[in-house]
Design a protein around this ligand. Structure first.
Ligand code: HSE
Length: 436
């Protein structure tokens, strides 16, 4: 049988990785897919450089529309990133009847509903394993492997840059700014690190996983997004003393009244496997009612780990492209008429527990005035740690861990505590998840 023909939009890290792995493992890939998968055309602005990577046997263009309108091409792989041009190209590829593989989480988290609808209308597949957690086959696991389950929650370390920074801050006791500079020097962080360090990249990935897990549309605009740039080394140290690690978690959970969708720094017990995921690695925990807890671990970025996911999608499409579209795996796991409109909960309705650090005057009655406010807010205390004051010092750090409570109530209690004259600095509030 003739090979299926692929056009690569973008020949950067992911595009080149895909080209190289496809060529290196072509015999095995063909054996699995049932026919060869051949890159027929690539697009990169710097055509000369592209030619150096792919050689003479592959057509090279600087115009992405040449790939999209090429009748020989069956599958378009989009690795250019960004939203505007990528959206135009993907929608045009679909309109031309081509299947699409994309690694673009921002595109799907924001425009997924439109893109999946267009693909359904045209009877083509849009595959996106590489968009979430790079080489970890988490989309496959959620959409197919765990299909028997009612998913209860997902918690993931889904941004390698921030996990690298947090690991360095903890192991070396350094502050965020120092480690960020080092991460940039080593190539772990971009020159403009905003998307990674402010939690946006993780929220894109979480939005996609949440939609698949709960059968709701992708709703990035409803996600709570908080990064690590304000995190202080002192809190990492105190958390450690209390038996916790701080991780940037993406967390989505089914509640009776809606779905939680949030990314923020989170205290996780050191005894949990996910708390021990260090450096730039990714990990995702999925809790299903039948299977219990499952954990997926691996590289969340990089040329060949991401290529591994892109090629898995290429193989799936090669196997399924002649199947009746109604018999393919739905984009978001649920059939379109079985999707749910369950609301994403506002943060004030989220249930979680807390780590609070208060800089307080070291004098009689301070602890009791704080615990009274928490008690009046029906917030139960789990543990208290008071740092010993240095000699002659008249203030100290008071660390409080709470049991689970609603965030709206915690906000009110925090405002009252902050108003106490004995609370001397802005209170640090972090969320804590037992992931039990
Ligand atoms: N910048 C991402 C990370 C990889 O640091 O994990 C691509 O999503």
């Amino acid at each position: 049988m003739k090979p299926i023909k692929v056009g690569l939009l973008g020949l950067g890290t992911v595009g080149s990785g895909t080209f190289n792995v496809l060529r290196r493992n072509q015999t095995e890939i063909k054996g699995r897919a049932g026919r060869g998968i051949e890159v027929a055309m690539v697009c990169r602005r710097n055509v000369a450089l592209a030619k150096q990577i792919v050689g003479d046997s592959v057509a090279v263009t600087a115009d992405p529309f040449e790939i999209i309108r090429n009748p020989e091409i069956d599958i378009v792989v989009e690795t250019i990133g960004g939203c505007d041009l990528a959206r135009t190209l993907v929608l045009e590829a679909i309109a031309q009847g081509k299947h699409v593989v994309t690694a673009n989480k921002a595109l799907l988290a924001v425009h997924g509903t439109e893109i999946f609808a267009a693909a359904r209308d045209k009877g083509v597949m849009v595959a996106f394993e590489a968009a979430v957690a790079g080489g970890i086959p988490i989309i496959k696991a959620l959409r197919e492997g765990l299909t028997a389950n009612r998913i209860e929650w997902i918690a993931g370390i889904i941004n390698g840059t921030t996990n690298f920074i947090l690991s360095e801050m903890r192991s070396k006791g350094l502050d965020f700014g120092t480690v960020l500079k080092e991460a940039q020097r080593l190539g772990y962080a971009e020159a403009d690190p905003t998307f990674d360090v402010e939690g946006v990249d993780a929220a894109h990935k979480l939005t996609i996983m949440s939609a698949i897990a709960f059968g709701v549309p992708v709703q990035f605009d409803k996600a709570h997004v908080e990064g690590i740039s304000q995190l202080q080394a002192a809190d990492i140290k105190y958390a450690e003393q209390l038996g916790y690690r701080i991780k940037l978690l993406g967390l989505t959970r089914r509640r009776d009244n809606g779905i939680e969708l949030r990314v923020h720094p989170t205290l996780v017990p050191i005894s949990r496997l996910i708390a021990n995921v260090e450096g730039a690695m990714n990990a995702v925990v999925v809790q299903g009612d039948a299977v219990g807890t499952t954990l997926y671990y691996g590289k969340g970025a990089g040329a060949e780990p991401t290529a591994s996911a892109v090629i898995a999608d290429l193989v799936d499409i090669t196997r399924l492209h002649t199947a009746d579209p109604d018999h393919r795996v739905p984009h978001l796991a649920f059939q379109p008429d079985a999707m749910s409109d369950t609301a994403i909960l506002p943060m004030t309705e989220v249930l979680t527990s807390y780590y609070l650090r208060l800089r307080v005057a070291d004098e009689a009655g301070v602890l009791s005035s704080i615990t009274t406010i928490l008690a009046e807010g029906d917030i139960s205390i789990d543990a208290v740690l008071q740092r010993e004051s240095a000699e002659g010092e008249r203030q100290t750090d008071l660390i409080i861990l709470t049991h689970q409570t609603q965030e709206g109530g915690m906000n009110k209690a925090l405002a009252r505590m902050q108003g106490l004259p004995t609370v001397l600095a802005p209170i640090v509030r972090l969320r804590k998840e037992e992931l039990a």
